[in-house]
Design a protein around this ligand. Sequence first.
Ligand SMILES: Cc1ncc(COP(=O)(O)O)c(C=O)c1O
Length: 478
Amino acid sequence: MKSTFDLSKEEMKTYGYKIIDILVDHFDTLESKQPVHTASREKMDRIFLQEAPNKATSADEVLDFVMKNVMPYAALTSHPKSYSFVPGPSNYISTLADTLATGFNIFSGGWVGSPAAAELEIVTMNWLLKMFGFPVTKGGGIFTSGGSMANLTALVTARRVKCGDDFSKAVIYLSDQAHSSNIKAIRVLGFKKEQIRIIPTDLEFKISFNKLKNAIAKDKLEGNKPFCILASAGTTNTGTVDPLGAIADICEKENLWFHVDGAYGGAAILSKKGSALLKGIERADSLTVDPHKWFFQPYEIGCLLVKDSSWLSSTFSEKPEYLRDIEGNESEINFYDYGIQLTRRFRALKFYMSIKTYGLNAFKEAIAYNIDLAEETEDILRKSKEWEIVSPATLAVINFRYHPLGLELSEKELDALNQEISRRVVASKEALLVTTILQNQVVLRMCLINPKTSIEDVKETFLQCTTFAKEILSEWKK
Ligand SMILES: Cc1ncc(COP(=O)(O)O)c(C=O)c1O
């Protein structure tokens, strides 16, 4: 039987070129679009809710329907005015690399499945190991779907290496600014609440070192088994880097696993200012970096690096009889032995092709530009009588609030004002600028990791914010 899924060569070409034209147009016109596109569940149901259709529909018709109804309802996280969460700037080469990897449906699990895919993962992992000062021969790593999976993979490994099978008394330490994916990972691992120490942060949002040391000492006195400290290298809220060198010292002294979550901030190692801030990262046992953030890759690609690749293989290797024939020899890595997934998409390809095509210098320049852009943004805000910096530009993240000089407002009113500014900006669809909470204050947050964002974009958004602020204040007066 001729496969039901086959299209003629001409049909494939016509369909394929149509999609390429759409993509090229998207990249070409991105800046003239709006970043915010949202809809209610009710509206989405109205458009999409139906039973699985038994009958075929023409490919063109389905594509037209998707272009009309799917793509317009997604925030454009690569838009220059998409400032919130951690944006996804992406790039065109990697987009098409992903298409190639999917098109060939390359299995990136065992060596024999695709030696080239495994080799590219080894090679790109070596690039990353070198960037972060990890040993290239002994070290290793794996690409994951994102930072959450990289953190989970790290913590499984840390527990296996440090505790073996008995982790009933094991305790892990992280700050109240650590990313939520870490708490999720700890929960997935089955730790009880009593085994997790959330250490408060200081005024700069760094883990309180004294409190961390106290907690470890107290746990030891109580017969618990401290096994891991999780530090942030670029917290999501403020870009803060925990004191990595000092934490590495305690980990060494107390024989604890040192995991660094550098999901968004790690990439800053490629810049002079960033590498100074990230000093000590090279002493981690494991490190999460997320290429689909500040390495400008499209979703999904996260990465876990470890000092010793045997920690991964001793944690994740299983040797079922049905995989016997796709095993390589000792030096030929089966990435299914390094993590949770067996069948894996070929993530290394986009990382490889984009770095080869653009050159590492392009990445370095973009990251340095982003850090400078955030500093310039801070400068503008500091010189203004209307704005107050709540957390200064750090690794391209900055937090601030509208708080004009001489304006008598309570903290509650300031919170409401800044929340409403954000709501109106987002409702205008001109910029994606949402709030976070720092030290009980509602603040506006920008994560400026998109090289397409210009200082003019930022100024336009501030102008929009101040216009809304004045509108709100005059409405309040009435
Ligand atoms: C510091 C940090 N860690 C982990 C994550 C989770 O990464 P992902 O969303 O790729 O799973 C994020 C996401 O923003 C993050 O900022």
